[in-house]
Design a protein around this ligand. Sequence first.
Ligand code: FAD
Length: 382
Amino acid sequence: MGSARTYYSTLYQQNKVAIVGGGLAGLISAILLQKKGWAVTLFEKKQFPFHRVCGEYISNETLPFLNRNGLFPQDLNPENIDTFQLTSLNGRSAELSLDLGGFGISRYSFDNFLYKKAIAAGVIVHCNTTVESIEYRDDDFILKTSGGDHNSRLVIGAYGKRSRLDHTFNREFINRRSPYVGIKYHIQIDHRPGLIALHNFKDGYCGISNVEDGKTNLCYLTHRDNMKKYGNIRDMEEAVLWKNPFLRSIFRKAVFVFDKPEVINEISFETKKPVEHHVIMAGDAAGMITPLCGNGMAMAIHSAKIVSEWGDKFMKKEITRDKMERGYAEEWAAEFSTRLWTGRQVQRLFGGEGASNLAVNLARYVKPVAGFLVEKTHGRVF
Ligand SMILES: Cc1cc2nc3c(=O)[nH]c(=O)nc-3n(C[C@H](O)[C@H](O)[C@H](O)COP(=O)(O)OP(=O)(O)OC[C@H]3O[C@@H](n4cnc5c(N)ncnc54)[C@H](O)[C@@H]3O)c2cc1C
């Protein structure tokens, strides 16, 4: 009897996967791995549903994958987006039609939809639970969490752009300060259906596009010096963002749905390693693309697909841990490195007056160049 119990508990132990973070990368890899028969536990430090700083435009490169896996949120009425508008500080504007396009949906609704899908698939989700450290010992992991210790055979780090865990791994980027601040609102305004607009201002840019239920997302990236200079968000917006006449008009007409905006600091676009201390990183934890490319969520979804394929092979004992780690890192680099690099270069075109005028002129008069940049910062349909 004792040996049967030991046998089954060893078997269960061998089936355990832990996922840290309940964003798109974490929730989707949890669903995929649970459906493949593994015992998945996901830890999320917040409670669903909740708002996140994000432009909430998802590239259509994700559509076949989401549809194949029953993860496209059709019933939530996402907005179809097919046109891109770029404006400069001096009020010039250019439009491009987006070959592939995308859809607009709030993270509040989409992440909550995926959370429910994960629960329905059988994933054990611990909300309000922070993972404080992850230790690899004797080919097994021990996770210390705010709700107690947990062990598992495979750990996926899907904890986003920045976490205390990055300090425990002593990752290089975490010790360098980053000047970027992200701010998001939901507003009500008559924003043209199907349009995603990117409005430049000094040292930043602001995206505007519709999400579900007649709401519009207004999300911008600014420099902390802008914040420091004006002391508070409202005064900074009036002094800096409103210099772009498009933004002035939008801010004046909009009805703001939130009492106060969602804000995040220290957004870093530096390179990271996709595997760290044997933890397989997915989504922003593996590398974050600049938001102006509108591709971070597609990358998080795509990396969840890749990580769950390599993780499944390892869990089935078809490959060693070493082979999984090397194989995942190579596939991750082949799929995402060029996109991240191009995103960093394109980011330099924004923020300064001359550079943003140049970007608008490029989009206006040299459409193939603008189309080329959109293509280089996006992936293929998967
Ligand atoms: C200003 C801005 C605008 C953007 N706009 C767009 C856009 O329009 N389109 C687009 O495609 N991308 C956009 N992005 C990028 C996009 O938001 C991210 O790429 C995407 O959210 C990454 O998903 P993720 O699952 O990796 O991480 P996240 O969605 O950040 O999820 C990580 C989760 O981990 C949890 N967590 C962290 N640490 C711990 C811990 N120790 N224990 C437990 N849980 C933990 C967090 O609470 C969080 O829920 C934007 C980003 C910014 C900053």
